[in-house]
Design a protein around this ligand. Structure first.
Ligand code: ADP
Ligand code: MG
Length: 356
């Protein structure tokens, strides 16, 4: 299970399905290192599946190219690319046993009977399916079916595994369990994983890097924590989680003005047209006059207080009428009451500027 992958390069990839609609994929550039776990994250219709299907070879690109280890794959049939593929709906052969489903790609590749038997039994064991070899897919749970699909995708040692929302059909608990298994599997086999999801938590949990898709383009790219803290665009900021956002302007390079507030900006360059964003869990709530020196703050009315356990969520209304939130340790939230006139505050490392 550890064929060596080269670097996967996606260059200026475009897909027009025809008609006069916008391109489904409007120019994607992506370089994926061998062994990387990369996630294509974005809302429904943003072009993730189309991109993955072009990598797999199921959808011919309108233009652009796909290279693996420097070799151009763009015109090759899917089976010649040799990528493993897992879909949301399992796509198992319903009339075949687990054994035959997993053996299928090996038979296609003309492996000997003895080799097939060894490889299938090894991987069936690896995925916790030992003893189920004779069952048909309909006789398995959803989680077991998805493990069969994974085993089938990996049994022929592909250099790259492509996964399109593979956990989307599973319930929450099973999904969490399979996320953990996928993460461990990736660490063990060291293959390149290209994973598609619309679930930002799943993406953050699994990925080395995330590419955030919006309308057929990559709007942001980076390691999960980097992208979360410094999202670059308002779309990425909002898609990766909740954010308090303030669309003001720079009064001078070190001062950002919004409504009646003037805020300090950190060192470094900021985009000329910028929106200030702060995550709720980095927003604190103080009585007026008690904001720590050096912090930025904004007046707010508390509209709701919810105890979530160790943390509490304070819903806020800012002076422009827009809603925001602070998520605090519950011990810091005991004084806060609905209707309080407060200052929502943050220190400079907690703020980021993004393009609108
Ligand atoms: P995602 O996987 O991010 O939800 P898709 O790649 O499936 O997005 O779809 C991107 C866009 O391309 C959507 O507008 C979708 O309607 C369109 N699209 C997808 N597949 C086809 C197809 N086979 N024919 C025509 N349009 C398609
Ligand atoms: Mg899709």
């Amino acid at each position: 299970m550890n064929a060596r992958a080269g670097r996967l390069e996606i260059r200026e990839l475009v897909k027009h399905y025809g008609g006069d609609g916008p391109a489904a994929v409007a120019g994607i550039d992506l370089t994926i290192d061998p062994g990387e776990f990369i996630t294509l994250l974005g809302p429904s219709g943003s072009g993730k599946t189309t991109t993955l299907n072009m990598i797999a070879g199921f959808v011919p690109p309108t233009s652009g190219s796909i290279l693996l280890g420097g070799t151009d794959l763009t015109g090759l049939q899917p089976h010649k690319r040799g990528f493993g593929m897992v879909f949301q709906n399992y796509a198992l052969f319903p009339h075949m046993s687990v054994f035959d489903n997993v053996a299928y790609p090996l038979r296609q590749r003309g492996k000997s009977k003895a080799e097939i038997r060894k490889l299938v039994l090894d991987i069936v064991e690896r995925f916790g399916l030992a003893g189920l070899e004779r069952r048909r897919p309909a006789q398995l749970s959803g989680g077991q079916q998805q493990r069969v699909a994974l085993a089938r995708a990996l049994v022929f040692s592909p250099p790259v595994l492509l996964l399109d929302e593979p956990l989307g059909a599973l319930d929450r608990k099973l999904r969490a369990q399979l996320q953990l298994e996928l993460k461990k599997l990736h660490q063990e086999v060291g293959l390149t994983f290209v994973f598609v999801t619309h679930d930002q938590d799943e993406a953050m949990y699994l990925s080395d890097r995330i590419a955030v898709f919006d309308e057929g383009r990559i709007d942001g790219m980076g390691r999960p924590a980097e992208l979360y803290d410094d999202p670059g665009t308002l779309f990425v900021a909002n898609f990766l989680g909740e954010a308090n956002t303030f669309a003001g302007r720079f009064a001078d390079p070190r001062t950002y003005a919004w409504n009646d507030e003037k805020w300090r900006t950190g060192e470094g360059d900021h985009p000329a047209e910028a929106v200030l964003v702060v995550r709720p869990e980095r927003t604190r709530v103080f009585a007026p006059g008690e904001v720590p020196p050096g912090w930025n703050s904004v007046g707010a009315i508390v509209t709701d207080v919810s105890r979530l356990g160790p943390t509490s969520r304070i819903d806020l209304a800012f002076p422009d009428g827009r809603a925001g939130a602070a998520v605090l340790p519950s011990t810091d939230a005991v004084q806060v009451r609905v209707g309080d006139d407060v200052r929502a505050a943050w220190d400079l490392p907690s703020q980021a500027f993004v393009t609108p």
